[in-house]
Design a protein around this ligand. Structure first.
Ligand SMILES: *Cc1c(COP(=O)(O)O)cnc(C)c1O
Length: 359
C-alpha cells in the first residue's frame, strides 16, 4: 500500500539516546530541558525570534487568537484543513470567508478589503501547501484597518520569501508538527512571535495562565512533553535531507505526468520552498474520482486535500466562494514521502495516465 503520506522515523538509536537523558533527569514534561532545546534549535533553523512549542497546531491557533485578544469577525480562507475554521469557532469568533486566488490558492487579497467591516478583528491566512499568502498586501490592509494578522503556517515549515522566513510575517504564525507534516514531533506545534512580551503572554496561556505564583490570566494546558520534543530533536537535523528527497520525488512526478491533461501546482518566484505536498489539479471532478478509484484498486491512497471547501461545511454560515469550491472539487494530493521510489512514482503516473485516457 502507498499512502498519501508516510511518517518519517529517525534512526531508533538517536531517539533512545534522548530517552536515556529523560530517564537520567527524571523530568518528562512542563518546559523541560528537551523542550527548551527544541525551541532554541527551531528558532535558529527557521530564523525567527521566538518559538513556543505547544501540544498541536490547533491549540496553537486557539492560543494565538487568545494572545491577540481577538473577538468578533475573523477573515479567513475556505481552502484549508478544517482545523483552521475549528480553531476560530472554538474561540467563539465568526469566520468570514474570502475566496482564494486561483494562482496561489491562498486568500485573494483583491477581494479581502471588501469583506472588512467594523466587526472585523483579524485576518487568519493560510500558506497553503507552503505557497505564501500575499503577505505585504495583507500587512498594508491590517495596518489601514487596525487588524491582527495570524498565519496558519502548518505547511510552511522552512519556507522563505526573498530570504525572509514566511513565519516572520503577521503578528503570529502557527506551525503544526503532526506526524503527517514535513517536520514532525508525532503530535505538536509551535507559535512564532516577534517580541518578548508576546512570547511571555503565550508562555502563560499555554501553561494554565500562570508562572509560579503569578496567576494573571485564564490559561489552558497547551504544553508538550519531553518525549515529543525528543522526536523533534531527532528529526530536525534530517530536515534538509527530507526536503531534498521530496524535491526529487516531485521532479519524478513532473517528468512522468508531463503532457497529461492535469496541472501540478508550481510555487512562484523568490520562494525557498519545502516541497511538502504534491497537489494535482484535474480538468473536472469526474476525472479526479476516476483516478482515485483506479488508484484505490491498486492500494494507492491519494487524498482530496482540501475537500470540501470550508465555507460549505454544515456548521458554518458560509459566504459563496466559487474559486475555492471549484478547485476543492478538482484537486488531489498525490502520495509524497521520502522513501517513495522512482518506479513507484512511475506506476502511480501510469495509473493516472490510463484513467485520463478513458472518456
Ligand atoms: C495539520 C494542519 C492543522 C492542524 O494541526 P494539528 O497539529 O494536527 O492540530 C491546521 N491547519 C492546517 C492547514 C493543517 O494542515
Amino acid at each position: 500500500m502507498i499512502n498519501v503520506t508516510k511518517i518519517y522515523l529517525p534512526p531508533l538509536e538517536d531517539y533512545v539516546d534522548y530517552l536515556r537523558r529523560i530517564w537520567k533527569s527524571g523530568w518528562v514534561t512542563n518546559n523541560g530541558e528537551l523542550v527548551q532545546e527544541l525551541e532554541k534549535a527551531l528558532a535558529e533553523y527557521l530564523r525567527v525570534p521566538y518559538v513556543q512549542y505547544v501540544s498541536n497546531g490547533t491549540i496553537g491557533l486557539q492560543i494565538a487568537l487568545r494572545a491577540l485578544n481577538v473577538h468578533g469577525e475573523v477573515i479567513t480562507t475556505p481552502f484549508s484543513y478544517v482545523a483552521t475554521v475549528n480553531a476560530i469557532m472554538w474561540e467563539h469568533c465568526n469566520p468570514v470567508f474570502v475566496d482564494i486566488d486561483p494562482q496561489s490558492y491562498c486568500i485573494d487579497v483583491n477581494k479581502l478589503e471588501a469583506a472588512i467591516t467594523e466587526r472585523t478583528r483579524a485576518i487568519l491566512g493560510v500558506h497553503v501547501y507552503g505557497f505564501p499568502c500575499d503577505v505585504s498586501r495583507i500587512q498594508e490592509l491590517a495596518k489601514k484597518y487596525k487588524l491582527k494578522v495570524i498565519y496558519d503556517a502548518a505547511h510552511a515549515f522552512g519556507c522563505e520569501l526573498n530570504g525572509v522566513s514566511l513565519l516572520n510575517y503577521g503578528d503570529l504564525s502557527v506551525l503544526s508538527f503532526h506526524a503527517t507534516k514535513l517536520f514532525h514531533t508525532i503530535e505538536g506545534g509551535a507559535i512564532v512571535s516577534q517580541n518578548l512580551d508576546m512570547a511571555d503572554t503565550i508562555w502563560k496561556l499555554k501553561s494554565f495562565g500562570h508562572r509560579n505564583d503569578d496567576y494573571s490570566v485564564v490559561g489552558i494546558n497547551g504544553k508538550n512533553s519531553e518525549f515529543h520534543a525528543a522526536m523533534g530533536l531527532c528529526v530536525l537535523p534530517k530536515v534538509e535531507e527530507l526536503i531534498e528527497k521530496r524535491r526529487q520525488v516531485l521532479g519524478w512526478y513532473r517528468h512522468f505526468l508531463d503532457g497529461l491533461d492535469l496541472s501540478l501546482l508550481c510555487h512562484g518566484e523568490g520562494l525557498r520552498y519545502n516541497y511538502s505536498y504534491c497537489p494535482a489539479l484535474f480538468k473536472d471532478e469526474k476525472q479526479l474520482l476516476r483516478v482515485v478509484s483506479e488508484m484505490r484498486k491498486r492500494e494507492i491512497i491519494p487524498r482530496r486535500y482540501f475537500y470540501p471547501a470550508l465555507n460549505t461545511l454544515p456548521f458554518v454560515n458560509g459566504q459563496e466562494c466559487p474559486v475555492a469550491e471549484d478547485i476543492s472539487r478538482r484537486i488531489l494530493c498525490l502520495p509524497l514521502s521520502v522513501d517513495l521510489e522512482e518506479q513507484q512514482v512511475e506506476t502511480i503516473c501510469n495509473i493516472i495516465s490510463d484513467s485520463l485516457r478513458i472518456t
